[in-house]
Design a protein around this ligand. Sequence first.
Ligand code: MG
Length: 345
Amino acid sequence: MSAERATEAGLVRLARRLAARSGGTGVRVGIGDDCAVLDPTPGAALIATTDLLLEDVHFRRRWAEPADIGWKAMAVNLSDIASMGAEPRWALVALACPAGTRMEEVEAFYAGALALAERHGVALVGGDTSSSPHGWLVNVTVLGETPAPPLLRSTARPGDVVAVTGPLGRAAAGLALLERRAAPRGLNPGILADVTAAHLRPRPRLEEAGWLARAGGVTAMMDLSDGLATDLGRLAAESGVGACVELERLPVDAATRAVARAVGGDATAWATGGGEDYELLLTCAPAEVERLRAGLPAKAGARLSVVGAVVPGPGVRWLDSRGREVAVAAGFEHLSSRTAAGARR
Ligand SMILES: [Mg+2]
């Protein structure tokens, strides 16, 4: 670690050193030439995804450390690869940070990203660095593979159930705490740490997705990045179907409810519209639910919960405990608009 300022040459040296240390296979030429040269598995489909994270749009430096930013930039891409039932293999990381950023902050950023990449056998094979006139800007691209046909969001069928792989609204509860200047009185510190970690360090459901892809029976799948309301709307539209969700069936855990009570938030709105939970949203025939629920690896709170059904019509309908149709909070909005919405309350 070093207190020196980050320079272009220093950043390139750092990236090369870290890439050499990172795991993964299928890298003929890594960082150092104009392009990486990769050896995909013969016959496998190549899967590609990219995501942009911007300071004060997706995170604030006040509450996100460089290692958190690196972790999350990698996690959101790995979650997209997971949602296809694919395996991540190679990552490219581009970073722009403000003048005056210290080398140790950049090292911490890479350490956060690579801790997660290494856990899933992903090699760092390229990237770019620049200074930024504004805040931090991160762009990660991940390439993955799947030998089997990838799971798509466009193939749900009327009569299927709609299910998710874990609790919803935790990341939004975490964000509500992070955005406050002080912790609310009376909230258990363990709960505070738990839900803020859900926001800062999401765990992509790669193992669960891999298992689901191999198990068969899943008709459509995507990851929940922008909240159930938005993402289920997308799945339904892409599949040319509708969906019906029973709000009572949404898996909202005790920690999220405790935060909602402590800050005067709405746990159900967080579950439908909060976003950034990075659970898997999937559809399957009703007859497959018990087999998939029993077999799903039960790590880090993973549990298959049926929340509704795929129906013929267009759009998503939301039903309360009496079966009446209700309106729900829309999906994820970025920090600026979310803060404005928060200020109205
Ligand atoms: Mg996605």
